[in-house]
Design a protein around this ligand. Structure first.
Ligand SMILES: [Fe+2]
Length: 372
C-alpha cells in the first residue's frame, strides 16, 4: 500500500499534505502496534496515552484522522470524541474497543465516529478502515471546495454576461442615435448634464454612476420607433405620437433582459414623466417619479432645446435656460431644476464644483463600461 494512502490534497492551499493520524489508547502496546501498522502503510502517526495528551495533540489542527480507544481512565473515549469534533468538523474518527457489550455499542453509536474496530483486529482491516474514512473526508472536502468555487464562478460569469450585454445595449443606443443626425451626441450630453445635476444635489457615487449610465441609455427604446416617425421633419400625428411615446417602455423592456439595478430601469422608463403629471408613459407626478427620472428630464429638456431640429433651429443657451426656469414646478422637478441652474451657471462662469471626496471602488458594471 505504501505511499498511496499517506497524503491528501489540500484544495484551499493547492498542495499535498501528509495524512497525519493520532492513535489514542491508555495501553502503550496497542498504540505502538496500531501506529506501526499505519506507518508501514505510508501514514504519518503520533500516539497519545491519555485523553488529555490527545487533546493537546489535536489542538495543533494538523490531524486528518483520530483512532481512539473507548474505555480509558480519564474523560473516556466518548467525551474525547465530542471535544475532538468540536475542534475540527472534518476530522475522521475511528473507535477501538475490546468490549462488544450493549452499553459500549450504544455509546459508540451516539458519537459521530466513522467506524469501530473490535480488538483484536487484523492489520489489513485497520488499514482498510482508515483508508475508507480518509476517502470519505477527501470527498467531503472536495465537494465543499467545488461548491464554493462553483458559486463564485457562476457569479463571475453572470456579471460578465451582464456587462457584455450592457455594453452591447450601449452600442445599440449609439447606433440608434446615429439614425438621426439631429440627435447625434444627445445621450452623451444628457449623461454629462445628469451627472452634473446629481453631483450638485449631493447624490452618492454609486447612484450617480447609475444616473450617468441611464443618461447614456435613456433613449435606447427609440430603436423600436420606425424611421418615418422618428425622422419625420414635421409635426407628428396623434397616432404617431402614441408610437413615439412607447420608447421609454421599449427601452425598459430591452434593458430588463439583464436584470439591472431598479434605478436604471426607473431612469429609462420615467425620463419623460412630468412634475405636473402630464408626461408619459405612466403619467406619474411629483415625487411619484423616481429622482433619477426627474434629473434625466431636466438634462434631456435642456439638450433637446439647445439642439437643432428639422422644424426649428436650436435655442440659444439663455433662451433654453429661461424655458427651463419657466418649466420649474410644471414640467420639471424644482429641486433638480435648481441644481441644474446653479451648476450650469458655475460651468458657464468656469467655476469648478468643489472637489469631491474620493469615490469608492468602481462597481464591476461601470468598470466594464469604462465610465467614471
Ligand atoms: Fe426620450
Amino acid at each position: 500500500m505504501g505511499e498511496t494512502f499517506g497524503t491528501e490534497y489540500d484544495f484551499t492551499r493547492n498542495q499535498t499534505i501528509p495524512n497525519r493520524i493520532l492513535v489514542v489508547d491508555d495501553e502503550s502496546v496497542v498504540c505502538v502496534m496500531v501506529s506501526g501498522i499505519l506507518v508501514n502503510a505510508g501514514f504519518t502517526c503520533d500516539i497519545a496515552l491519555s485523553e488529555n495528551e490527545a487533546l493537546q495533540h489535536l489542538a495543533s489542527g494538523c490531524y486528518t484522522c483520530l483512532i481512539s480507544d473507548i474505555r480509558m481512565p480519564g474523560i473516556g473515549g466518548v467525551e474525547l470524541i465530542k471535544r475532538a469534533r468540536a475542534m475540527d468538523r472534518d476530522l475522521e474518527i475511528i473507535l477501538m474497543t475490546g468490549l462488544v457489550d450493549a452499553a459500549t455499542a450504544r455509546a459508540a453509536l451516539k458519537t459521530d465516529a466513522r467506524d469501530c474496530l473490535v480488538k483484536p483486529f487484523e492489520a489489513e482491516e485497520l488499514v482498510h478502515t482508515v483508508v475508507n474514512a480518509l476517502e470519505h473526508r477527501r470527498l467531503v472536502l472536495e465537494n465543499r471546495y467545488y461548491q464554493q468555487h462553483l458559486e463564485e464562478k457562476v457569479a463571475q460569469q453572470a456579471e460578465m454576461i451582464r456587462s457584455q450585454f450592457l455594453a452591447a445595449i450601449r452600442s445599440l443606443a449609439k447606433a440608434e442615435e446615429a439614425r438621426d443626425e439631429y440627435t447625434r451626441g444627445h445621450s452623451d450630453r444628457v449623461s454629462d448634464l445628469a451627472l452634473m445635476i446629481a453631483r450638485t444635489m449631493g447624490i452618492p457615487y454609486q447612484e450617480r454612476s447609475m444616473i450617468q449610465l441611464a443618461g447614456l441609455l435613456h433613449d435606447v427604446g427609440k430603436i423600436g420607433v420606425p424611421d418615418q416617425i422618428l425622422l419625420k421633419p414635421g409635426a407628428l400625428t396623434a397616432p404617431e405620437w402614441q408610437i413615439m411615446k412607447m420608447h421609454p417602455v421599449i427601452g425598459r423592456d430591452i434593458i430588463a433582459q439583464i436584470d439591472p439595478p431598479p434605478l436604471l430601469i426607473e431612469g429609462i422608463l420615467q425620463h419623460h414623466e412630468r412634475w405636473d403629471g402630464k408626461g408619459y408613459p405612466e403619467g406619474r407626478s411629483k415625487t411619484g417619479i423616481a429622482q433619477i427620472g426627474r434629473i434625466l428630464a431636466v438634462a434631456d429638456c435642456f439638450d433637446a432645446m439647445t439642439s437643432a431640429r428639422p422644424y426649428r433651429p436650436a435655442f440659444s443657451t439663455e433662451e433654453a435656460l429661461d424655458r427651463i426656469r419657466q418649466a420649474r414646478e410644471t414640467q420639471l422637478d424644482p429641486e433638480a431644476t435648481d441644481a441644474f441652474l446653479y451648476a450650469i451657471e458655475r460651468r458657464q462662469n468656469q467655476t469648478p464644483l468643489p472637489v469631491e471626496t474620493p469615490a469608492p471602488a468602481v462597481p464591476n458594471l461601470q468598470a466594464a463600461l469604462c465610465i467614471a
